[in-house]
Ligand binder design. Structure first.
Ligand SMILES: Nc1ncnc2c1ncn2[C@@H]1O[C@H](COP(=O)(O)OP(=O)(O)OP(=O)(O)O)[C@@H](O)[C@H]1O
Ligand SMILES: Nc1ccn([C@@H]2O[C@H](COP(=O)(O)O)[C@@H](O)[C@H]2O)c(=O)n1
Length: 212
């Protein structure tokens, strides 16, 4: 069983890298941010307050079908996800589902904020993907344009900075590089180059594990 943990801030490219690693190693992949996004969107639909722990906890009981809702992908839902994810009971409610996925018999790849630190601290390989705030905002800008939106660069930068601050400063499972993780800064790397670098880092970590 091989578990690969991919963590990093918003729009760093961790999902792109996790999916590419999943194809390369033939493993299933879980985007754990979608779980928090589903909770955020459910609170909104129920007319609750994402900053109230009881409202957010009640929303953890969402229907699985919600995970396929394209509305989850918006920046607004990303911010809601970041707000509900500060509540310890919300994090606890989502832990088992992630650990069950991580410990599938054949192994798995998970991407998120706390995979290498909390969900799978004993993962066989850990990557922390990052990129500068400006580069990440440019990626969101390009995404929005491609989907017919009218993005504003200053708002995107402000949203990303607010999300980074909230994700890194919360008391429970804050975003940080896990012990044993390799840093992969994709600021100056095209997607293919970032993927090749990630594969090289994971191969080296898996090789190191085998020697132990
Ligand atoms: N190295 C790269 N160079 C250029 N664009 C990239 C790179 N990596 C990813 N992208 C693009 O940036 C956007 C965000 O990437 P991705 O969704 O993988 O990030 P993420 O960290 O998973 O985001 P989030 O978790 O906040 O949803 C996508 O449009 C993706 O194609
Ligand atoms: N393991 C995780 C994954 C996500 N979050 C929170 O959800 C927000 C949205 O995540 P995306 O990866 O889809 O951008 C994110 O900003 C985090 O607040 C988390 O706490 N733990």
């Amino acid at each position: 069983m091989t578990i690969i943990a991919v963590d990093g801030p918003a729009a760093s490219g961790k999902g792109t890298i996790a999916r590419a690693l999943a194809r390369h190693y033939g493993l299933p992949c879980l985007d754990t941010g979608l779980l928090y996004r589903a909770v955020g969107l459910s609170v909104l639909k129920a007319g609750g307050d994402p900053d109230q722990e009881a409202d957010a906890l009640a929303a953890c009981d969402f229907e699985d079908g919600l995970l396929n809702d394209p509305a989850l992908r918006s920046e607004a839902v990303g911010s809601l996800a970041s707000r509900v994810s500060v509540h310890p009971s919300v994090r606890q409610a989502l832990v088992q589902r992630q650990r069950d996925f991580a410990t599938r018999p054949g192994g798995a790849i998970l991407d998120g904020r706390d995979i290498g630190t909390v969900i799978a601290p004993d993962a066989d390989a850990k990557i922390f993907v990052t990129a500068s705030v400006h580069v990440r905002a440019q990626r969101r800008y390009a995404d929005a344009l491609e989907h017919g939106g009218h993005p504003d660069m200053d708002s995107l930068i402000a949203d990303i900075q607010a999300r980074d601050t909230r994700d890194m400063s919360r008391d429970h499972a804050p975003l940080r590089m896990a012990d044993g993780a390799d840093l992969l800064d994709t600021s100056d790397l095209a997607i293919d180059a970032a993927i090749q670098r990630a594969i090289a880092l994971v191969d080296a970590q898996l090789e190191g594990h085998r020697k132990v």
